[in-house]
Design a binder for this molecule. Structure first.
Ligand code: SF4
Length: 477
């Protein structure tokens, strides 16, 4: 018997999730619950920092939120303000030293930070900072921001932060906790989500609205692209310290990442997935007896496909929800073992049937091939694969861990070659038009670079916008 890493590589890996609360008696508990609700956004590590206005209290660990935080740890996190983070490493290694939030002391007091996303010019900034004497403790992008803030000569925290984020390029949502304020900020394109809510008169921030639902907070609005919200004892102040802001929200949040019960940018994730299935059925119908989802994110589009096509929906693949990252494989190798750990076909439903299999994406194609093989072995007469996103041809550089473009099946093959490679009788992807019709918002306010190759932020260098921060801050105040 041997223990091996679970084969999770044929899918997009989740990114990160953040949560913050200002001025609440149960700041640590609420942050814990906010992270718990967003566990799907990252399972490698989690951390919480709270402050009582003087000292910062931190607990971070590797693994799942419920395992890292017990009652005793939560009790130690005293204070009425807190931020927390769940992480899937998209840059930097996945060790404890890269767990967020980071907290540190500098000339102006204590500060803690965490972010969701990716700073594409972090390496260049890091080299520049190191050449000026900065010493880094981690390989995380967040630490670059910390050094930029610490080196700033600006007088107020908001000016220091504004100056620092103006050096950054990429897709990120950021939470910063000072001794007396909480700051939330999105990149100038709002690529990664950040939502604002209220609970018992206190402000809360989260990556997704599902965090608000668990704690009973009221959703107020999404933080705008390039907006900085500063929450302190005087309430909430909104600043727009970045120029050239243009919405380019990640469309793949709707297709795969976000929880279906979340609403992002005014769009309910479940509804958008369901409607993509409706569009798929109209664009690429199939003569079949059953519509079967590849769980979990294939479920809503499969339901939409079934509804629009009149073909019955059935759970023909059953998912084991308790699969860890490693498993013990028997010496005698079992065919498609890794996929079988996660999914098992319901033979009595499938045998002799023509099935439509609905999945959210094809990345390298190995998992799709194994699933098709498994469904075929369960007796399916025909298999028609339908994908609820356009072909994934390019890597993501804004916080989603995708393989190199050269490893992506759609980057190397045309549709017919892909169909043959995965062994399906037919294969179709939703079109860009179909996807955006389902989302109900125009294409030009979204990033779809992993499908189209149209990157909204240059990935080969900093944007270095030249602007007078103080002028902008003064204008907005
Ligand atoms: Fe989202 Fe794809 Fe853009 Fe990355 S490249 S932000 S996954 S749409």
């Amino acid at each position: 018997m041997m223990s091996v890493e679970f084969d999770n590589n044929d899918h997009f890996n989740d990114e990160c999730g953040v949560f913050g609360v200002f001025d609440h008696a149960e700041a640590a508990n609420l942050t814990y619950l906010g992270l718990y609700a967003q566990q799907h956004r990252g399972q490698e590590s989690a951390g919480i920092v709270c402050t009582d206005g003087h000292s910062f209290h931190t607990h971070r660990g590797m693994g799942l939120v419920a395992d890292i935080f017990q009652k005793s740890e939560i009790k130690e996190l005293s204070g009425r303000h807190g931020i927390g983070h769940v992480r899937y490493s998209t840059s930097g290694d996945s060790g404890l030293r890269n767990c967020q939030p980071f907290s540190f002391e500098y000339a102006h007091g204590g500060i803690a930070m965490c972010h969701n996303g990716n700073i594409v010019n972090a390496h260049e900034l890091r080299r520049e900072l190191e050449s000026k004497g900065s010493i880094f403790q981690s390989t995380s992008d967040t630490e670059v921001l910390i050094h930029l803030v610490a080196r700033s000569k600006a007088k107020s925290m908001k000016e220091r932060l504004a100056e620092a984020v103006n050096r950054l390029a990429g897709g990120f949502s950021l939470l910063v906790l000072g001794e007396k304020r909480l700051v939330g900020m999105r990149d100038r394109n709002g690529i990664r989500p950040l939502v604002l809510g209220q609970l018992d008169g206190s402000w809360v921030l989260a990556s997704e609205t599902c965090a608000f639902d668990l704690i009973g907070a009221k959703y107020v609005r999404d933080v705008e692209p390039g907006e900085m919200v500063i929450i302190d004892e005087n309430g909430l102040e909104s600043l727009h310290p970045l120029e050239n802001c243009e919405p380019k929200f990640c469309v793949f949040e709707y297709v795969y990442f976000a929880r279906p019960d979340s609403t992002l940018e005014g769009v309910n994730v479940y509804q958008s997935r369901y409607q993509i299935g409706v569009e798929l059925a109209k664009e690429s119908p199939a003569d079949a007896d059953l519509v079967i989802p590849v769980p979990d994110s294939g479920v809503p589009p499969a339901m939409g496909f079934a509804e629009a096509s009149g073909i019955p929906f059935q759970m023909g693949l059953i998912r084991n929800h308790y699969v860890g990252r490693t498993f013990i494989e028997p010496k005698q190798s079992i065919r498609n073992f890794g996929v079988k750990l996660k999914l098992n076909p319901n033979r009595s439903l499938i045998k002799g049937k023509r099935v439509v299999l609905v999945d959210d994406s094809i990345v390298r194609g190995t998992t799709s091939r194994k699933i098709v093989e498994m469904v075929r072995a369960a007796g399916a007469a025909e298999i028609h694969m339908r994908i609820s996103s356009p072909p994934t041809k390019h890597s993501c550089f804004y916080g989603v861990d995708t393989p190199d473009a050269a490893e992506l099946m759609a980057n190397k093959m045309d549709l017919e070659e892909m169909r043959k490679a995965i062994g399906a009788d037919s294969l179709a992807f939703v079109s860009f038009d179909g996807m955006y019709k389902a989302v109900g918002k125009p294409r030009d306010v979204h990033c779809d670079a992993c499908f189209s190759g149209n990157y909204p932020v240059a990935i080969d260098g900093p944007r270095s916008p030249q602007l007078s921060l103080l002028k902008i801050l003064n204008k907005k105040q």
